[in-house]
Design a protein around this ligand. Structure first.
Ligand SMILES: Cc1ncc(COP(=O)(O)OP(=O)(O)O)c(N)n1
Ligand SMILES: Cc1nc(C(=O)O)sc1CCOP(=O)(O)O
Ligand SMILES: [Mg+2]
Length: 212
């Protein structure tokens, strides 16, 4: 069972990224997606090497954003691919069946396509406006999630769906009610001055209905 809380890293420099990721791991995060946009290949690789070691130390999943070949080269746990990134089936052909491949979706059709191509989880968003990502797809809101998750249920499509985009603690319960599996967040964890308490609160809501 995948962890229901994904932290998507932030930071303009290697040091800032590592600080944010280390703090999130230390606070209890068990899934890190390294998202280091518009950087040199060298700096991205340097950061990835360090993040991999950190995630191994904290027994956390390490997913690389966008860069399939970096994910393979660094032997990350997987990759997250957007609608304009490498295709899911191409990534699966390169990484094989043991690696985690996530895909971004904004519509039910996006999800159908990703599942057909062998995606392991879906990042469905944006929930609301967020400045963390520059080119947002149309905002979904709660009704958007409800409609899409209903279509998935009707069509018996079962793949973990993570909500993403401007999510705060108070959004978790209403989002869970739509049928999503988990959430992917960036800003609220990066900016929090009480990361451990926040992650505990997020996980309490995310796992409230999980029967052990
Ligand atoms: C879990 C998750 N969902 C969606 C995204 C967005 O990915 P993408 O559309 O490729 O946009 P960028 O993150 O590359 O700006 C994600 N990264 N993770
Ligand atoms: C990386 C990303 N992708 C999105 C999408 O809608 O595909 S929204 C987003 C930003 C998530 O960060 P925050 O929790 O700070 O809003
Ligand atoms: Mg991308």
């Amino acid at each position: 069972m995948y962890n229901k809380l994904q932290y998507i890293s932030q930071g303009e420099t290697i040091d800032e990224q590592l600080r944010n990721i280390h703090q999130a791991l230390d606070a209890g995060c068990k899934w890190v997606q390294m998202r280091f946009k518009n950087q040199t290949i060298k700096d991205t690789y340097t950061l990835a090497e360090a993040v991999k070691l950190l995630c191994e130390e904290y027994l956390a999943n390490f997913i690389v954003n966008d860069d399939l070949h970096l994910a393979e080269k660094i032997a990350a746990d997987g990759v997250h691919l957007g609608l304009t990134d490498t295709k899911i089936d191409e990534a699966r052909a390169l990484l094989g069946s043991t690696k985690i491949i996530g895909g971004t979706a904004n519509t039910f059709e996006d999800i159908q396509n990703h599942v057909k191509n062998g995606c392991d989880y879906i990042g469905l968003g944006p929930f609301r406006f967020t400045a963390t990502k520059e080119k947002l797809s149309p905002i979904l809101g709660l009704s958007g999630y409800f409609d899409i998750l209903q279509k998935m249920k009707k069509n018996k499509i079962e793949v973990p769906v993570y909500a993403i985009g401007g999510i705060t603690l108070r959004d978790v319960n209403p989002l869970i009610e739509t049928g999503i599996y988990g959430i992917a967040v960036s800003g609220i964890i990066t900016e929090s001055l009480e990361k451990k308490l926040l992650i505990e609160q997020l996980n309490e809501k995310l796992y409230a209905k999980v029967i052990v």
